[in-house]
Design a protein around this ligand. Structure first.
Ligand code: PPS
Length: 574
């Protein structure tokens, strides 16, 4: 098994276990810093030795060395800044300064994780960090995070560990470096090639890892990231089920699956060096670096953030120092004529090849398109399809907006029974009045209260959409911003259709049998939409459909909505 980076595994949890009681007692009296998701990932790998030789968050000297030339202050190789970022307000409020001891608290469950002795508080040059570490493109996800989410100050210092972080998912697959080393030892493995991934694995990946194992006479560690990956990636719950489904496809005993709680930065070459160091700490002797390793793809101009093999050049440069042998790989591609996978550079020019990109795969999952057996295993595809139900099983929201008595409620009710007749999904009807009674009874009709009301409808609709329901909402929703927010929250989980019931106000008022407009005109109801309160009608592309009940009847309006849903594949019968 490989030696840890720097020679000693900095397993702070094991090191400090004898002092746990004492540290726990001290923590009660200290000012606490509550760690966010990224900081939690970092602290977990600092405390379990995954980031050896780090024993805490970087001081200014270490940080500058890493940013400028991939080196800690003592000259050791380390390529990614690992910093505790805090606001000025928090630093002042908690009296954070050199010499202070602060407790690091888990934001998820309020547990105390460790005590940090502050060595310095410093203001980083973010522009420089963005440029040197990530290449400087302001669209790079790590640069965006740095500029928009990272606080102004960094706090450096060593950590004494109180306890490991709690996890409740896939606990048995989460191995610390020490646990993984013990596991390899038990299996009798001395040569281990690690494979990093943030994506589902298919035949090409299995082929690539087996080839790497064969070429180095090693076993395989499948070491996927389950901390933070690129926004929009397939969630780790689904991915881990995929890896579990794939594992039996390896020759018996060849591969082990272990999950890595890393917060990726998508830093290409820098990240590849960092990944290699992390795998060395976990005991691996070899590490696969493929095409565009840990790169974020392309920016909005269609330009790659990094060259396809920049990461390979970077690890090659530090080869001797890294102490883990990098196994470079070209992209694997399928050869339909011989039904096999080969690295792209080994394919003769005139031989046909086939590939399905990640984007194309996501599209096929979304639309229920074919995923051929040459690309993936049926058991893997089954797992992916469970998390990406076909269109006719996906939830959606139809959001009707319009004046009182515009016909929006009548359309909503008729659509409700139409969809119930169709079957296949639960249907939820959120009429303005129902929501006002059940969810928003304390709210009035000020601009702010109306927006709150619509935000609640958006939240409920998104949760129902997520679980596969058809949602029909019919509030007045007079303000553009709140309609936009409702669309955004629902579209995280399914389709959202805004139907503008654009019946003219005069018609709504003339046909109002409840006499509600009359009351508003007399001033008995104040701030009534259309009378003495505004209605911002949807403009341009905001509405997916516009109907007017002064011109068509309810049945026709419902039919138009049904045709819209049908054209999107949402109503297909199985
Ligand atoms: N001041 C004022 N302005 C507008 N509407 C009023 C007001 N006071 C009471 N009502 C009645 O409340 C019903 C629900 O309104 P909404 O919740 O849809 O309004 S909003 O979207 O929050 O703006 C709405 O009924 P429907 O439009 O039939 O749902 C109104 O009749």
């Amino acid at each position: 098994m490989n030696t840890p980076n720097g020679g000693v595994l900095k397993d702070l949890v094991a090191r400090d276990a004898p002092r746990r009681q004492e540290l726990t007692a001290e923590a009660e009296k200290l000012a606490a810093v509550v760690l966010n998701d990224r900081q939690l990932c970092d602290v977990e790998l600092i405390m379990n030795g995954g980031f050896s030789p780090l024993e805490g968050f970087m001081t200014e000297k270490d940080y500058n060395g890493v940013v400028e030339n991939n080196r800690l202050a003592d000259g050791a190789l380390f390529s990614m800044p690992i910093c505790l970022d805090l606001s000025k307000k928090e630093i002042d409020a908690s009296g954070i300064k050199a010499g202070a001891r602060i407790v690091l608290r888990d934001s998820r469950d309020d547990r105390h994780l460790g005590i940090m002795t502050v060595e310095d508080v410093y203001k980083p040059d973010k522009q420089k960090e963005a440029k040197e570490v990530f290449g400087g493109d302001e669209e790079h996800p790590a640069v965006k995070y740095l500029m928009n989410q990272t606080e102004e100050y960094y706090v450096g210092g060593k950590i004494e560990a109180i306890d490991r972080l709690m996890h409740y998912d896939y606990v048995g697959l989460r191995f610390t470096p020490a646990e993984l080393r013990a596991h390899f030892d038990k299996l009798g493995w001395s040569r281990v090639v690690a494979f990093q991934t943030r994506n589902p694995m298919h035949r090409a990946h299995r082929e690539l890892t087996v080839r790497a194992a064969r070429s180095r006479q090693a076993n395989v560690l499948i070491h996927p990231v389950v901390g933070m990956t690129k926004p929009g990636d397939i969630d780790h719950f689904t991915r881990v089920r995929v890896y579990q489904a794939l594992l039996p496809r390896y020759p018996n005993g060849m591969a082990v699956l272990a999950l890595l709680p890393l917060a990726m930065r998508m830093g290409g070459p820098r990240e590849a060096i960092w990944h290699a160091i992390i795998r060395k700490n976990h005991g691996a002797t070899h590490f696969i670096v493929g095409r565009d390793h840990a790169g974020p793809g392309k920016n909005s101009k269609g330009e790659e953030f990094y060259g396809p093999y920049d990461a390979q050049y970077a690890v090659e440069k530090y080869k001797d120092e890294l102490g883990i042998e990098v196994v470079p790989f070209q992209q694997m591609t399928y050869l339909p004529d011989s039904d096999e996978y080969k690295p792209k550079d080994e394919v003769p020019k005139d031989v046909r090849t086939a590939d399905i990109s990640g984007t194309e795969l996501r599209r096929r999952l979304k639309t229920g398109g074919d995923i051929p057996e040459w690309f993936s295993y049926p058991e893997v595809v089954r797992v992916l399809r469970e998390s990406h139900p076909p269109r006719n099983k996906q939830g959606f929201t139809v959001f009707l907006t319009g004046y009182t008595n515009s016909g929006k409620d009548a359309i909503a009710r008729a659509l409700n029974v139409t969809l119930n007749q169709q079957g296949g999904r639960a249907v939820s009807l959120l009429l303005g009045e129902t929501v006002r009674n059940e969810l928003s009874s304390e709210l009035g009709f000020s601009h702010e209260d109306r927006n709150k009301n619509i935000a609640r409808i958006g939240f409920v609709a998104s949760e129902l959409t997520k679980s596969g329901s058809a949602v029909i909402a019919a509030p007045i929703a007079p303000f553009k911003d709140s309609r936009k927010a409702a669309r955004e929250i629902v579209e995280k989980y399914g389709s959202f259709y805004l139907v503008h019931v654009a019946t003219p106000l005069e018609f709504c008022e003339k046909t109002d049998k409840r006499g509600i407009y009359a009351k508003a005109r007399k001033g008995e109801i104040k701030g009534f939409t259309g009378v003495d309160d505004p209605y911002e009608a949807p403009e341009g592309k905001e509405a997916d459909l516009v109907v007017d009940i002064s011109k068509i009847n309810v049945r026709t309006a419902v039919h138009q909505i049904v045709l819209l849903l049908e054209s999107e594949g949402l109503l297909d019968q199985l």
